[in-house]
Design a protein around this ligand. Structure first.
Ligand code: HEM
Ligand code: NAG
Ligand code: NAG
Ligand code: NAG
Length: 336
């Protein structure tokens, strides 16, 4: 094609304009087609191959949340824990086997992450509509957005086009995911390690306006800390004993005591009243550099929602696995 164009270029001066246009055209097509294979996600990635993916995901998420409100929180957290470990690549969904240890049993996930069955249900529905097209990683990202919307939070267009990993990283899960005992500096460092700012960290922590935590995750705070509202501490202690190793370690308490199933800004107002449940929540408002952000989001729910959306899109962009890397898993629990 190039040779033919060159020949025409020399054939006559009247056709040289056309040829220049042709060459420009080839260059444009070449540049655009290269663009397709760079690590880039887009909101219309499935426009041709699976236009109904969003409706399929939404119907299952809707049913799951109608059955249990907390599932919305669990699906949002699933996306976070996927993205922080080798990027948003569905690595968290891989089951352990006798010869493979994945992320599900890593410290931050074991007996804590929920929603795997809902992802399986969504995957079967999506496979029925367009087989072999949509990644498990994208399903998790869409389900997280749908959950936020269904619990009264902001909406946004989800960027898609991620592919699924063939591997997982238990060590990555243990080192990259922040524990509830984290100091403010530790939180800032761990978010910065995946390219997220301190502001992103604070606004994404606002996800704790929904969902629950186990006694074992907050007992250090309710028994040992002084920057806690005394009546709030007393109330939480009643259902969470100081002694370790009892079944009551799994007792649950809402992360937002005011509106645990509503994606509002009350998480930030709780912090202003020293009613953060986790140590890692209250460090955001404890006389440090992030106090002013907590105050701002506590006053202005719209600002919280806007900044949360921008930060969720950035979190969803962590280390995207795109063609020709990765695969579209048939079963989210194992590589093809
Ligand atoms: C800033 C650092 C963070 C820390 C230290 C942290 C820690 C935790 C812990 C310890 C729990 C309770 C787990 C349990 O006891 O089983 C939890 C729950 C939760 N986290 Fe985070 N988290 C952080 C950031 C995030 C982010 C960025 C999101 C999402 C954008 C998120 C969403 C959630 C949700 C929705 C729940 C409730 C889940 C449920 O009810 O199933 N968290 N988090
Ligand atoms: C995960 O939790 C189970 C109990 O449900 C426990 O038996 C197992 O040892 C834990 N796995 C790891 C790696 O800690
Ligand atoms: C609280 O602090 C005491 C002593 O300072 C320590 O023995 C205990 O293990 C701590 N408890 C928790 C749950 O962190
Ligand atoms: C309970 O366990 C935590 C963490 O595993 C530990 O830091 C704490 O010292 C223990 N507390 C008691 C009272 O044994």
């Amino acid at each position: 094609m190039i040779v033919k164009t060159n020949m025409r270029l020399f054939s006559s001066s009247s056709s040289s304009l056309c040829s220049t246009i042709t060459i420009t055209c080839i260059l444009v097509i070449f540049t655009v087609s290269m663009g397709c294979c760079q690590a880039q996600l887009s909101t219309d990635f499935y426009k041709k191959a699976c236009p109904n993916v969003f409706a399929a995901v939404n119907s299952v998420v809707k049913a799951a949340i109608a059955k249990e409100k907390r599932m919305g929180a669990s699906l949002l957290r699933l996306h976070f824990h996927d993205c922080f470990v080798q990027g948003c690549d569905g690595s968290i969904l891989l089951d352990d086997t006798s010869s493979f240890t994945g992320e599900k049993t890593a410290g931050p996930n074991n007996n804590s992450i929920r929603g795997y069955e809902v992802i399986d249900q969504i995957k079967s529905k999506v496979e029925a509509v367009c087989p072999g097209v949509v990644s498990c990683a994208d399903i998790v990202a869409i389900a997280a957005r749908d959950s936020v919307v269904l619990l009264g939070g902001p909406n946004w267009e989800v960027k898609v086009g991620r592919r699924d990993s063939k591997s997982a990283s238990p060590n990555g899960a243990n080192s990259a995911l922040p524990p509830p005992t984290s100091s403010l500096n530790n939180l800032i460092t761990l978010f910065s390690a995946v390219g997220l700012s301190t502001k992103d960290m604070v606004v994404l922590s606002g996800a704790h306006t929904i969902g629950k935590a186990r006694c074992t995750s907050f007992k250090g705070r309710i028994y040992n800390e002084s920057n806690i509202d005394p009546s709030f501490a007393t109330k939480r202690r009643a259902n969470c004993p100081f002694t370790n190793g009892t079944a009551r370690d799994n007792n649950l308490a809402p992360l937002d005591h005011k509106t645990p199933n509503f994606f509002d800004n009350s998480y930030f107002n709780n912090l202003l009243h020293k009613k953060g449940l986790l140590h890692s929540d209250q460090v955001l408002y404890d006389g440090g550099a992030t106090d002013s952000l907590v105050e701002a989001y506590g006053k202005n729910e719209q600002a919280f929602h806007n900044d949360f959306v921008a930060a969720m899109i950035r979190m969803g962009d962590i280390a995207p696995l795109t063609a020709p890397k990765g695969q579209i898993r048939k079963n989210c629990r194992k590589p093809n």
